[in-house]
Design a protein around this ligand. Structure first.
Ligand SMILES: Cc1cc2nc3c(=O)[nH]c(=O)nc-3n(C[C@H](O)[C@H](O)[C@H](O)COP(=O)(O)OP(=O)(O)OC[C@H]3O[C@@H](n4cnc5c(N)ncnc54)[C@H](O)[C@@H]3O)c2cc1C
Length: 458
């Protein structure tokens, strides 16, 4: 039988996936009084040995993600395992590294957080509510949405079993089985735009005295045009570095597959750091695939809904996938509060989030270019300096797009729109000049006042 649509008549909600979105969502739903059953394909990350924890070891957490954590009182717990990063430390060949601050105040920082530690913190908090039960190594195989039944596999024994489900939320990431079920029940569709570029991670161990080998208060970048290396600090004194580069072609992961070829390439391309780069656990897939996922619809009536990467995976170059997934969770909670029926809450959620997800997907793709090549470019640096000067002069109207995304709570779609206007202003004001001293400030004031509405308070 299909699950009830009345929110008030529902006692139990099922979540598929106990990753970052699934475990935070379980806490939100438990606080609304629901019993929450979470099914996760992988083992409990709290029982895993270190170094066996899957992809992207650390992540950048920003304001939107922190706001969603604050919604369930977890900001301090997560704060204790996070390191602030004040800007990008840009490493260009033959030059001293320079720090390009992300914002203008000491509060405008982002945080490096260890994925598995964050996941463990969220799972502990979920279980502390006493309303959440997590079932690990239980993989969703298929979902019959009209009958409200799921087929699962117990990964430890291989046993297949069927169970009835109430409203079900797919937080099962980019390869979502829940999405497949929604697609087949609704005649919907999905598309993955894979990037030609992939990624590979390395560790930079602490120095002998346990300290970080580089400034830990920055996200380090080595932009090299068609490729880049970045490194984010960890609380144990190490950094996790990620090399982003073409998967195939002349200079690519494929052409550098032999370890000696990769070592030679790293030494030549990143001489200041190459000797410190260590390949982590060999069991990890060597080259990760990146892409943007678009799908429609995100729900089937009041039976199932997608959140996080399952609905809208994006490339990682704005450091927003998890932040967006956390914002989804807080928004879904508001949709549930505003609705009497699941179908109404799920529809509202899609309406409120879809344009925003598309906007951050586009901005994340644009940021790849910025990170791997534009930060090394003089015209970009002038525009960036002007952005900051304009923000200081006209703080209620001109805020750089990066800051709107990372430090404010303005919808992604509005941040994107304002970013386009910002760019017009910046291009107009920097045309034919090479330093801030040459900026026509009277014209700047006219343009800013004419083109940009005042922003809501930060
Ligand atoms: C290299 C890289 C760097 C990144 N850096 C950042 C960053 O700096 N900042 C940021 O905000 N985001 C970043 N992201 C994006 C971020 O990792 C994702 O957006 C985030 O993990 C999404 O969370 P999620 O819970 O939706 O999905 P996931 O984290 O993918 O979790 C899905 C969960 O579902 C489980 N699952 C899957 N299928 C099944 C099934 N059939 N049955 C049961 N369980 C299942 C999985 O095991 C997993 O635990 C990065 C991503 C990558 C690849």
């Amino acid at each position: 039988m299909a699950p009830t649509d009345a929110i008030g008549d529902t006692r139990t909600i099922t979540i598929i996936g106990a990753g970052l979105a699934g475990s935070l969502l379980a806490i939100y739903l438990a606080r609304r009084g629901f019993a929450v059953e979470v099914f996760e394909r992988d083992p409990d990350p709290r029982t895993l040995a270190e170094g066996n924890e899957g992809r992207s070891i650390n992540l950048a957490l920003a304001n939107r993600g922190i706001a969603a954590l604050r919604g369930v009182g977890l900001q301090h717990r997560v704060g204790a395992i996070a390191l602030p990063m004040a800007g990008r430390m840009v490493h260009l060949p033959g030059q001293e590294p320079t720090l390009l601050p992300y914002g203008q105040t000491s509060a405008e920082v982002i945080y490096s957080v260890h994925r598995a530690e964050l996941n463990r913190t969220l799972l502990d908090a979920a279980e502390r509510t006493r309303r959440v039960r997590c079932h690990f190594r239980q993989r969703l195989e298929t979902l019959d949405l009209t009958a409200g039944k799921a087929q699962l596999v117990d990964e430890s024994s291989g046993r297949q079993y069927e169970m009835p489900l109430g409203p079900t939320i797919g937080a099962d990431g980019v390869g979502s089985r829940v999405r497949q079920a929604i697609e087949s029940a609704t005649g919907g569709s999905s598309r993955s735009d894979l990037l030609d570029h992939g990624y590979r991670e390395f560790q930079i161990p602490p120095e002998d005295d346990g300290q970080h080998a580089m400034n830990p208060e920055a996200l380090h970048i080595w932009p090299r045009g068609e490729l880049m290396l970045i490194a984010l600090p960890n609380t144990d004194g190490s950094f996790t570095a990620t090399l982003f580069m073409a998967r195939e072609g002349e200079t690519s992961f494929a052409s550098l597959e032999a370890p000696s070829a990769m070592t030679g390439f790293l030494e030549e391309t990143f001489p200041d750091v190459a000797s410190r780069l260590e390949a982590p656990n060999a069991s990890r897939p060597t080259v990760g695939v990146l892409g943007s996922l678009y799908c429609e619809p995100w729900h089937h009536e009041g039976n199932a809904l997608l959140v996080g990467d399952a609905a809208h995976a994006i490339v990682p170059f704005h450091g927003q996938g998890m932040n967006c997934a956390f914002e989804d969770v807080a928004e879904l909670d508001r949709c549930i509060a505003d609705s009497t029926q699941w179908s109404q809450a799920f529809r509202q959620f899609q309406v409120r989030r879809q344009d925003n997800a598309r906007a951050i997907a586009e901005m994340a793709l644009e940021n790849y270019h910025e990170m791997r090549s534009a930060v090394a470019d003089a015209a970009y640096r002038l525009r960036r300096a002007l952005e900051q000067a304009l923000e200081r002069r006209f703080p209620s109207r001109f805020v750089p797009r990066y800051s709107l995304v990372m430090f404010r709570h303005l919808d992604y779609a509005r941040a994107q729109q304002r970013g386009r206007i910002n760019l017009r202003i910046l291009r107009a004001l920097t045309e034919g000049i090479s330093s801030l001293d040459e900026v026509d400030w009277a014209r700047a004031e006219t343009l800013v006042n004419k083109l940009l509405e005042p922003l809501p308070e930060a």
